[in-house]
Design a protein around this ligand. Structure first.
Ligand code: URA
Ligand code: SF4
Length: 333
């Protein structure tokens, strides 16, 4: 009997190989690493695997090389109810800059069996992931975050990236708890803030503190900072270039604090953080997103101070945040 494999045998074997390869690739795609087309037949996959990538025996012309899957799955928290604790997601959002992030295993050059089972079996549609926010604070320890925040504050102290450095006597970085679940963002420090070195030190600050207490926190439980870190001279307005220059500081600051929720105070802070020109009257009371963190815009305490009738709307906005944080006003728990 002739044991020599026929062309058909070889072809069948190759198709089987291709099919296994595709299953493996499907796993990689499911985990967001890399992949070949998940659709299409084995012949096409085989053609892609061939050194020439030219199609070989596939009789349909040279297949185009398909682009790799666009991006790894994003694990962003939805603006859905937050308080329910959940298991940490396998891929937490890094809290630090990529260079400083906790080391990740280097991708293996050759597909190898993973130590853990695949997150998404290749043959099932990917589930929508709702990550638990606390885990999204990332692998960086609280100590490390505090340390990096202190380094950032130091860097800001010497910053000369915009005109506001000229008249300042000191920068105003933040106040409150840097590990807080809740962060308030105002626009710019004024004279009182510059004198004390703390954001919201004046009359609007006293009102902000009352708002914080009404939410069931102590003033020092939450984190408070501004869009820009240098005093805005009296009578002047923040310019877009001031905001742009200081934005990387704020971005890093918020990434390190990694609050579960951000409340922006007033038009300038809200528009500056979210990069929108919509008026605060339209933005307030509606959930927005900043780099994966839900943001609740509300009126600025200085405005509320001048316009006490706005308290009702601010309270409404803050209550939405409290509901997500599972907070009750003092005495109502
Ligand atoms: N207004 C702000 O927006 N921030 C401050 O720190 C003070 C007043
Ligand atoms: Fe630097 Fe920000 Fe101060 Fe401008 S406002 S000088 S960007 S720290």
């Amino acid at each position: 009997m002739d044991e020599t494999p026929t062309l058909d045998d070889l072809r069948e074997e190759l198709l089987e190989l291709a099919s296994s390869a595709r299953a493996l690739v499907g796993w990689y795609e499911g985990t967001g690493a890399w992949g070949l087309p998940a659709e299409g037949d084995a012949e096409e996959a085989l053609a892609l695997l061939s050194p020439s990538r030219g199609g070989g025996s596939v009789d349909r012309g040279a297949p185009e090389r398909r682009p790799a899957p666009a991006a790894a799955p994003q694990f962003r928290p939805p603006p859905g109810p937050a308080p329910a604790p959940a298991a940490p997601p396998p891929a937490a959002r890094p809290v630090a800059e990529p260079a400083a992030a906790a080391p990740r295993p280097a991708p293996a050059p050759v597909p190898a069996p993973a130590p853990a089972p695949p997150r998404f079996p290749a043959d099932r549609p990917q589930p929508v992931i709702a990550p638990a926010r606390p885990a999204a604070r990332g692998p960086v320890s609280a100590e490390e975050r505090m340390h990096r925040l202190a380094m950032l504050a130091d860097e800001v102290r010497g910053c000369t990236k915009c005109r506001l450095c000229q008249a300042r006597t000191q920068t105003v970085f933040a106040r409150g708890n840097p590990l807080s679940e809740l962060c308030f963002v105002g626009d710019a420090p004024g004279a009182e803030e510059e004198a004390t070195g703390e954001p919201f030190a004046g009359e609007p600050g006293a009102l902000l503190d009352r708002m914080i207490v009404a939410m069931g926190y102590h003033r020092d439980d939450v984190y408070v900072c501004n869009l820009v870190k240098c005093r805005l001279p009296d009578g002047q307005k923040l310019r877009p270039d001031d905001i742009e220059a200081c934005k990387p500081h704020l971005a890093e600051q918020l990434q390190l604090v990694s609050p579960r929720y951000i409340v922006t105070l007033g038009t300038v802070a809200t528009q500056g953080l979210l990069g929108t020109t919509e008026p605060i009257t339209k933005l307030r009371g509606t959930w927005k997103m900043y780099k994966g963190t839900p943001v609740m815009p509300t009126f600025h305490p200085a405005y509320v101070h001048r316009q006490p009738s706005a308290k009702r709307e601010v309270w409404n906005d803050l209550q939405q945040v409290m509901a997500r944080l599972g907070k009750a006003p003092p005495g109502k728990s």
